[in-house]
Design a protein around this ligand. Structure first.
Ligand code: PBG
Length: 325
């Protein structure tokens, strides 16, 4: 008779042992809940490709946030859906814009809530690109002042962190300087540092009505095939003053999360994006997968890869599932 000397199964025998030896834990404090706000009252427009996600008017946004707070969620990431769009993305930096207005109301009701605002032009430009367009070109340097102005307007409204997602070169520095010169030295920057040109953003673009009207985002978002370049982006944003960096999307980029984790000390955020959410929702609706187990496994994988914080449309469900144990 042969007795294996090493039996790893001893460490998996009982629920208590498994619980004690668990290496990666999810906690509600690490979740960031993305929300879409539009003008009006009493509006709760479903996003077709993201079941359970809605474009909310500010009054219902406050209700949603109140419920999320009850469940222990500390932070939200806010996206604005403006009524009108133009070439100059003027809605993005309008002091009375949809995000600015929502942030003021959120902060008035929930002073403790951590409000993170997405800083980008694509929801506000008529062409849907993240920067100023000249001919067919997305012009980097002309975009920077608009991004900085947008960030400043969010800071003035009360945002705790601004999160530039445009992928223009030099935007973190432009935003940091603009905030500092205007007295907002305490407003932080979470940069979408390694943001890939991904098909996983499809449902988001339906939600935000922000699909580019011509071309694609590959001249500014990163090639999914590139690993070293992701690190260059991260190091550059940190050198320019980012307080935290993000990798986006998450699931097809777990190696990037791990790589960044091993090379930098700052908090690392992963974005479990709209397409990742939609895939799970679609399969769950057909009864093909166990939604709860799949989501918890995915988020555990993202944390195990090295993320500190996870932005996920599943935040409220996860908060509930964690409470259920
Ligand atoms: C804006 C922005 C996008 C997302 C976050 N900020 C869309 C894009 O870059 O096309 C995607 C989020 C998601 O898919 O959940 N630039």
């Amino acid at each position: 008779m042969y007795y294996p000397q090493i039996r790893l199964r001893r460490r998996r025998l009982s629920p208590a042992v498994r619980k004690m030896l668990k290496e990666t834990r999810l906690a509600v404090e690490e979740l960031i809940y993305p929300l879409f706000v539009r003008s009006g009252t009493g509006i709760r427009e479903p996003v077709e490709s993201m079941p359970g996600v809605f474009r909310l008017s500010p009054d219902l946004l406050l209700e949603e946030v109140a419920a999320a707070r009850e469940e222990g969620i500390l932070a939200i990431l806010l996206f604005g859906i403006p009524d009108t769009k133009d070439e100059a993305a003027s809605g993005a930096y309008d002091e009375q814009g949809v995000v600015q207005d929502a942030v003021r109301r959120l902060k008035a009701h929930f002073p403790e809530l951590i409000v993170i605002t997405d800083v980008c032009l694509c929801e506000y430009t008529s062409h849907g690109h993240c920067g100023v367009v000249r001919g067919k070109e997305i012009v980097n340097d002309e975009t920077l002042p608009l991004l900085a102005q947008t960030a400043l307007s969010h800071a003035r409204a009360g945002a705790d962190f601004v999160a530039p997602s445009d992928m223009m070169d030099g935007r973190v520095k432009a935003i940091r300087e603009k905030l500092d010169f205007n007295g907002f030295t305490n407003t932080g920057i979470i940069s979408y540092a390694a943001k890939f040109a991904s098909a996983f953003y499809g449902p988001f673009r339906e939600a935000a009505g922000s699909a580019p009207s011509f071309g694609d985002r590959r001249s500014y978002q990163m090639n999914p095939a590139n690993r070293r370049e992701a690190l260059e982006e991260v190091l550059q944003d940190l050198a320019e003053g980012a307080d935290m960096v993000m990798v986006k999307p998450a699931l097809a980029y777990l190696d990037i999360i791990r790589e960044v984790r091993e090379r930098v000390l700052c908090p690392l955020v992963a974005y479990n994006v709209s397409g990742e959410y939609a895939l799970v929702k679609a399969a769950a609706a057909r009864g093909w997968i166990d939604e709860k187990q799949i989501v918890l496994e995915m988020l555990t994988g993202i944390k195990r890869a090295g993320a500190d914080l996870i932005i996920t449309y599943y935040a409220r469900d996860v908060a509930r599932w964690l409470r259920e144990g």
